[in-house]
Design a protein around this ligand. Structure first.
Ligand code: ARG
Length: 465
């Protein structure tokens, strides 16, 4: 019989197909560095509490250090028969250190060990994501700043609605990604809880010191309930939810870039180094990067749904179903990081076609609301002004003219309240700059928003998060 770490009471060897089926080493090897750090802290705590001797602890810690170096150099053979990263490392430690290694698993179980590893892994990855979010948001702010006065059509129902600043548009995404950052930071608090010592489910009879382990591993908190500690994955679900929302934002931005870069819009150009060609149509330049970001969004939603579904019927405490938490988590982490990284690079390279945007603003009656508002300032009730302007729009359509191309004479046929000063109010610059309400698109508002965003992102970058 192979010497598994758990087969003392077994009378039959594990079937090979079961070994392959239950093994998670193919994917959880990613956790190796955290597994080793966690074991070293656990071992130090055991020694401090005199549960093992100082000599035994030194042997274990040195052994783990050597294994960490081997793993980094790729000098480690993973074994399916040893199921997962925890037992692969412990198996190697036992082979190297012998007797002392057999004491490492005192007062812990793989159930609390695995959740410790995931928590340590995820808090590092959330830190990475926070950093990338800051860099990406800075690139949005920089582009907004460079094109601060460019006016484009704002849309509702994908129909031209009212003129807005292109910079205001970019700053809308800045706001969304700022909330994403806050969400990830919130999740981080709940990730950052140390569970080791909960053991299999009920805690342990050994006089352990969880607060000490937490201190060694830089956790501000320890888990309050051992059953909860080994059986909950809501911190992963919450991460996947935050990741999904962030991907929604990335996907909407992608959709805009795909539309705007099309010849139908022509508002932006994606640099050649971020586009690809067609193998058959020589004229094509395809927006594959935004398309893939939009595509990966579906994957990340799938990761969230997968784990929600895995967890929904599970009785407390640990069930092997929970091994299925890792692949969706790793997949989502990789996707979010890759998307943020590629956009951080692409955004500053976008070519902005000011002429096309500003031409589009002049067609499609984007100044109709402003004409109605004008009538309101002259004393007409808004509903009536809306109806009156609607009639003017119908008339202008018949004349194949825009509102600002009508003469005062023509306007006066609809209302005597019109006078010559209506025309300056119908220019895009006036329409934009008069929208001074809080958060409105007026240039002075956007200038302030950009200034504030620059300060916020600089502070974040300074703090390394
Ligand atoms: N590989 C397992 C996982 O990822 C580790 C925990 C195994 N615990 C157990 N009782 N079989 O969930």
């Amino acid at each position: 019989m192979p010497d598994k770490l758990w087969n003392g009471s077994f009378t039959e060897r594990t079937d090979r197909s079961v070994e392959a089926f239950t093994s998670s080493i193919a994917f959880d090897r990613r956790l190796y560095a955290y597994d080793i750090k966690g074991s070293i802290a656990h071992c130090r705590m055991l020694a401090k509490q005199s549960i093992i001797s100082e000599d035994e602890a030194s042997e274990i810690v040195e052994g783990l250090g050597r294994i960490a170096r081997d793993l980094e150099r790729g000098n480690f053979e993973f074994d399916d028969a040893l199921e997962d990263i925890h037992m692969n490392i412990e198996g190697r430690l036992t082979a190297e250190v012998g007797k002392a290694a057999q004491k490492l698993h005192t007062a812990r179980s793989r159930n609390d060990q695995v959740v410790l590893d995931i928590r340590m892994y995820l808090r590092d990855e959330v830190d990475n994501i926070l950093e990338r979010l800051t860099a990406f948001r800075s690139s949005l702010v920089k582009l907004a700043d460079e094109h601060i006065r460019v006016i484009m059509p704002g849309y509702t129902h994908l129909r031209r609605a009212q003129p807005v600043l292109f910079s205001h548009y970019l700053m809308a995404y800045y706001e969304m990604f700022s909330r994403d950052r806050a969400r990830f930071k919130g999740v981080l608090e709940r990730i950052n809880v140390m569970p080791l010592g909960s053991a299999a489910l009920a805690g342990t009879t050994y006089p352990i010191d969880m607060a000490y382990t937490a201190k060694l591993l830089d956790f501000p908190e320890i888990s309050a309930n051992s059953l909860d500690a080994v059986s909950s994955r809501d911190f992963v679900i919450e991460f996947l939810a935050a990741a999904s929302i962030c991907m929604v934002h990335l996907s909407r931005l992608s959709e805009e870039l795909i539309l705007w870069a099309s010849s139908e819009f022509g508002f932006v150009e994606i640099p050649d180094s971020f586009a690809t060609g067609s193998s058959i149509m020589p004229q094509k330049k395809n927006p594959d990067v935004p398309e893939l970001v939009r595509g990966k969004t579906g994957r990340v939603f799938g990761d969230l749904m997968a784990l929600l579904t895995v967890m929904k019927g599970l009785p407390l405490t640990y069930n092997r179903d929970m091994q299925e938490d890792k692949e969706p988590l790793f997949d989502a982490v990789d996707a979010v990081k890759a998307c943020l990284e590629v956009y951080e690079k692409l955004i500053p390279r976008l070519k902005v076609n000011r002429t096309a945007m500003e031409k589009a603003v002049l067609k499609g009656f984007l100044n109709a609301t402003d004409m109605a508002d004008y009538l309101v300032t002259k004393g007409m009730a808004f509903r009536e002004a809306h109806r009156c302007t609607g009639e003017i729009v119908r008339y202008a359509t018949g004349q194949t003219k825009e509102l600002h191309e009508l003469s005062l004479n023509e306007l006066e046929k609809f209302s005597k309240l019109f006078s010559e000063n209506i025309f300056e109010l119908l220019t895009p610059q006036q329409m934009v700059n008069r929208r001074l309400s809080a958060g409105g698109t007026a240039t002075e508002n956007v200038v302030r928003a950009i200034q504030k965003a620059k300060e916020v992102t600089a502070r974040e970058a300074d703090k390394g998060q």
